[in-house]
Design a protein around this ligand. Structure first.
Ligand code: MTE
Length: 321
């Protein structure tokens, strides 16, 4: 079974054609509409969109990497969150992140690369083509969602940074500002939150830098103004509210791996065959499903194996979990 609609890239689609939430709810209608839009775009072969931004989504490509599974509702996606900087319960981020100011926002790029410095976020992402990508999202806690992100491939940004041959990994850091992120006043985690990927994982076209969802600017509780999304890994790899990107020669320290190394590895690929020490990872509960509905089987690499299994070809994934 293939869950990824594979086709060549389509050209640009106007914001008026971004699928609103109501359309997502009717899966058949949505798929029909998507294919029509892709077809129309191909027929016209209009120019690639330019000037990506965190606010203006007037030029969006419908990504061929989207799953055809119907997405969760906007309400579900924005009211059941993990974002410890705003509290540890699932409802806390929606309750506490409302006033979080994310404009202006800058990102520092440093380490083993040519392009170094602190850049205004909108200036930094201007050259990239924004895509709408509907991805499956699997949390290590055993729940899952399907989310229509808006973003661009991290690979585009990496190429622009011109990493050198020593750049084997990439490290991301979340903002540290306890006044704006009150959860950081408590030492529930080692702040700031950091995450990392091997450079080839980061270069995989599925790895997304997301700046919005459901056609809207990224809600604060989901990691405004910019976050990572790595759909074949457990959700905690998808670090939110990023202020720093560093290219490194050695494996970066990652928050959950540092906090509980026996429970959370560096790789954290979704893997139904490797149990969490305290629970099985074989099944998942889709948020929004009814209590009588059976749990779903968790797929290897969250169903993205066709695109990412090559990255781990000779690795023992029980050891490198
Ligand atoms: N990023 C930061 N900075 N802080 C966090 O607490 N939680 C992670 C990840 N990124 C987290 C974070 C976890 S555990 C998950 S499951 C996802 O964000 C949740 O993303 P969502 O709230 O958009 O579903």
């Amino acid at each position: 079974m293939s869950i990824i609609i594979k086709s060549s890239r389509a050209s640009d689609i106007k914001s008026s054609e971004i699928t609103p939430e109501s359309d997502y709810l009717n899966r058949r209608e949505f798929i029909k509409k998507s294919s029509l839009l892709l077809g129309a775009a191909w027929a016209g072969r209009v120019a690639m969109p330019v000037a990506a931004s965190t606010k203006d989504f007037s030029s969006i490509i419908k990504s061929p990497y989207s799953t055809d599974v119907p997405p969760n509702s906007f309400k579900e996606i924005t009211s059941y969150n993990n974002f410890y900087e705003f509290g540890t319960s699932k409802k806390d981020p929606a309750r506490n992140a409302g006033d979080f100011q994310t404009d202006p926002w800058s990102i520092t790029i440093e380490g083993e690369c040519k392009k170094q410095g602190r850049f205004d976020l909108d200036d930094l992402i201007k050259p990239f083509a924004l895509e709408e990508r509907i991805y499956r999202f699997r949390c290590v806690e055993g729940w899952s969602m399907v989310i229509p992100w808006i973003g661009f491939s991290l690979a585009d940004l990496i190429k622009q940074c011109e990493p050198n041959s020593r750049a084997k990994y990439i490290e991301f850091t979340t903002l540290y500002d306890p006044k704006r992120m009150p959860g950081q006043k408590r030492r529930v985690l080692q702040w700031p939150y950091t995450e990392g990927l091997r450079i080839d994982e980061a270069m995989n076209p599925l790895t997304l830098m997301a700046v919005g969802l459901y056609g809207k600017t990224m809600p604060n509780q989901n990691g405004a103004p910019i976050r990572l999304v790595v759909p074949w890994k457990y959700g905690f790899k998808s670090i939110k509210s990023i202020v720093k990107i560093r290219f490194t020669e050695t494996q970066p320290a990652c928050t959950w791996n540092v906090t509980a190394p026996k429970e959370y590895g560096f790789y954290s690929n979704v893997n139904p065959n490797v149990d969490h020490p305290r629970w099985s990872q074989r099944t998942e509960r889709r948020i929004g499903s009814k209590f009588w509905e059976p749990k779903q089987k968790t797929l290897m690499f969250n169903g993205y194996g066709e695109d990412v299994a090559y990255l781990y070809k000779d690795m023992d994934l029980t050891k490198y979990f």
